[in-house]
Ligand binder design. Structure first.
Ligand code: SF4
Length: 765
């Protein structure tokens, strides 16, 4: 029988793709129906009820989906979750199980030819698995043997920097703190994480401008705001409960401006599934002004708005700018104004892809608003100028004095439930000296001071064999990262790859010479340790730290929690060195929280406050108008307008998620809101561009990106006519990640430029 080749990228499956017209209302009964379909496919009714009445409740578990906050006060007894939260829970709490027989039956080659959807639907991992060097099958292994194998591999490295320890944003605070402690005790800062690929640009821009790398607003600010600007974000799919907040804000009188190349359904109108009134009516129209900017046209747009605001201010001094705030709280105003004086608003409008009249409408709305919130996600961060994009938005808030007061401020919405918490716990390749000093003081070892690899650098280090061991705490590294074939080679050049996971994914199939899977408990599951039932904690986008306690019986008796895995691994690696009592931490998570309290500012009385219903807010200077920059002021900045001289046959591509997707987890094959059903290998194109290219709906094309002399190909995508600006196209990741160059990333933050890929389209054979 012909030996199957390992399939690196998702297989081509386009036979059954169906198109229908995009939806103009989000949620409502279709969301209830879809949620029910997804969860009843995976769980029985009793378990459904148990998880749905517990998720995001004060004494429940935190949704393993995004990081949108829960209300500080009353939580809906009917349910504090959204459609995609239900899918995330169904995915984790599924009754399907993967046992040793499964791996005996299917080789990694065979499974690699399955779609990511099929791989993910195989079920929960139930026991540690080992793929020996040269073998095509995983086999069951004992935990002890697994830890010994990893310890042997790590301890035989010439240098701790030959190991990489990746973190996905679902890891709890307690697990993340112990993980970084273990990694730094081992001797490296190689702690790349998924934040490197998503909001790193936000962290850099906000730290430099307002002194903290997190958003400044609270949920309640939405309800007292005059104007909410949603930029490069699709909350209808990626943060669905945000729509309830926007609806409440609208009903309180706020206006909403949406900036996006795509008219996302969730920002058009919304029906609250728990409101009979909404279900019987047309729901709430959300966006007042939709600015369909072209890809990477954001700086041109915001600079044009600032220019128009300046003209208004000059025409009627003190009517637009908050000069008291500017004088007292900011630095760099004159440089910004000098730059705006030179700006040509017509050129800026052209560069943004918008008509000047539309921009003037936006300037009107902004000029008359005092309390403005700006929300954003990957549409701003995943660009070469991702950091500048965000700084330009901050310029607007500073001119209006719209930060550091109720109803106003910054709101980068995090995509993963604890990605912000992991960073707060020290999961960062660039740790601050003060944090390392505290580790040294509290744990009596000399932590490494040299900065480690971020995600892009980690891939390159493995590719050029400067790194030999890759350890992932959760996630699906191969599918989440850019340049899939380059990243695959990098992983395959490792002597060992280890994944801590709940479910199977493509990163378990494209591995180092030997590979291990360490199955862990999920968020929904009970976590019993020596001192009894344990709970963990997470931090949401608004900086609220709260508890999460699973209720379900674990998927298998031998699963270990992330914390137990770190503690047992540390025991195996450090052997006789007992300076840190890992097993005590494993026994009782309160002791971990005590260690966090003694190491990280803002966690005073951690164990007491995390037990308060709803948890507690971490300090946030920008929220109080106390900007912790070197100058103690908020910084204006001058940001250049990017130039993209596309040739006639070139298109700017952005990768996006479908509605049945959370990061690289594929819940289903439908993108209900965009009307793309039963398939994912599609390219959304402007109708005029299709005509100019003699393409029609349903045609198949190949995509090519040329970058720094390297050609990358992605074959066989179906053309879908869509409302998107000319010469802009959109595709789903991970299918199109093979086109995103490893060396194309944002300045300063190194966030892969997944929304800024120049491609050519050729006919598929
Ligand atoms: S909005 Fe995010 S956190 Fe809330 S239920 Fe939905 S997926 Fe989960």
């Amino acid at each position: 029988m012909k030996k199957l080749k390992l399939c690196i990228t998702p297989p081509i499956e386009t036979e059954n793709i169906k198109l229908s017209s995009p939806k103009t209302t989000a949620a409502g009964l279709p969301a209830v129906q879809s949620s029910a379909l997804h969860i009843l496919k995976e769980l029985n009714l009793k378990t459904c009820a148990s998880v749905l009445f517990s998720v995001n409740q004060m004494d429940g578990f935190d949704c393993p989906g995004c990081a949108w906050p829960d209300p500080d006060d009353e939580r809906s007894k009917l349910g504090e979750y959204c459609e995609n939260g239900v899918k995330a829970i169904a995915e984790e709490a599924t009754k399907k199980r993967i046992t040793a027989d499964f791996f005996k039956k299917y080789s990694v080659q065979e499974m690699s030819h399955w779609s990511d959807y099929k791989i993910g639907k195989s079920g929960r991992l139930t026991a540690p698995m080992w793929k020996r060097e040269g073998s095509n099958h995983y086999e069951e292994i004992s935990w002890e043997k697994a830890f010994d194998l990893i310890a042997e591999e790590l301890n035989q490295l010439d240098n701790p920097n030959e190991a990489i320890f990746y973190t996905s944003g679902r890891t709890s605070n307690e697990a993340a703190f112990l993980y970084q402690l273990f990694v730094r005790k081992f001797g490296t800062n190689n702690l790349p994480d998924c934040s490197n690929m998503c909001h790193e640009s936000s962290g850099v821009a906000l730290s430099e401008t307002v002194g903290i790398g997190k958003g400044s607003v609270k949920l309640e600010d939405f309800y007292v705001s005059d104007l909410i600007i949603v930029i490069g974000q699709n909350p209808g799919t990626n943060h669905p409960r945000m729509l309830s907040a926007l609806q409440k804000a609208k009903r309180a009188g706020a206006k909403i401006i949406t900036v996006n190349p795509l008219p996302e359904t969730g920002l058009i109108s919304f029906k609250h599934p728990q409101s009979v009134g909404d279900l019987l009516s047309g729901g709430t129209s959300l966006t007042d002004l939709f600015l369909q900017v072209k890809i990477n046209g954001d700086i041109a747009l915001f600079k044009a708005i600032l220019k128009l605001l300046l003209d208004k201010e000059k025409a009627n001094p003190n009517s637009v700018f908050d000069h008291d705030f500017i004088k007292e709280k900011t630095i760099g105003y004159d440089d910004l104004i000098a730059d705006l004086e030179k700006a040509n608003v017509d050129e800026l409008a052209f560069a943004s892809g918008l008509a000047l009249a539309e921009i003037q409408q936006a300037a009107e709305l902004i000029a008359s608003s005092k309390k403005i919130i700006t929300c954003w996600a990957m549409g701003l961060t995943q660009h070469k100028n991702g950091v500048q994009n965000i700084k330009e938005v901050v310029n607007l808030l500073l001119l209006k004095g719209s930060i550091g007061k109720p109803g106003a401020g910054t709101c980068p919405v995090r995509g993963h439930s604890n990605v912000q918490g992991d960073r707060t716990m020290g999961i960062w390749e660039k740790p601050k000296p003060a944090f390392l000093d505290k580790l040294q003081e509290n744990f009596s070892f000399e932590p490494p001071r040299e900065h480690g690899y971020n995600t892009v650098e980690a891939i390159e280090a493995m590719y050029y064999q400067k790194a030999k061991v890759f350890f992932a705490m959760g996630g699906n590294f191969l599918s989440a990262t850019p340049d899939t074939e380059f990243t695959a080679l990098a992983l395959q050049r490792c002597s060992m790859t280890i994944q801590v996971s709940t479910k199977l994914n493509r990163s378990h199939l494209v591995t180092g010479k030997s590979a291990l899977i360490l199955p862990c408990l999920g968020r929904t599951e009970r976590d019993m340790q020596g001192s009894g039932a344990q709970f963990v904690s997470v931090e949401n986008s608004m900086g609220v730290v709260h508890s999460s306690k699973g209720k379900l019986k674990p998927a298998s008796k031998i699963l270990m929690s992330e914390i137990a895995i770190v503690c047992c691994l540390a025991k195996a690696v450090f052997g006789k060195d007992t300076s840190i009592d890992w097993l005590d931490y494993m026994e009782n998570y309160d002791h971990i929280r005590n260690a966090i309290e003694n190491t990280i500012p803002g966690f005073e009385n951690y164990n007491e406050r995390v037990r308060n219903p709803g948890g507690f807010y971490l300090p946030n200077g920008a929220r109080d108008g106390d900007f912790k920059t070197a100058s103690k002021k908020a910084h204006f900045s001058v940001n250049p307008v990017p130039k993209h001289d596309l040739a006639e046959d070139e298109f700017m591509m952005m990768t996006i998620r479908s509605h049945d997707q959370f990061n690289t987890t594929i819940y289903g094959l439908d993108d209900r809101y965009r009307g793309i059903l039963n398939g994912r290998r599609v390219i959304l194109m402007n109708k005029n561009d299709m005509e100019n290219s003699n393409l029609k709906s349903g045609d198949f094309v190949n995509l090519e990106s040329h970058f720094n002399g390297v050609l990358r190909k992605a074959p066989h995508f179906m053309v879908v006519p869509f409302d998107i600006p000319e010469q802009c196209v959109a595709t789903y990741f991970p299918e199109a990640n093979v086109l995103v160059p490893i060396d194309s990333f944002a300045d300063k933050s190194h966030t892969p430029a997944s929304k800024l890929v120049v491609i050519k389209i050729t006919w598929a054979e």
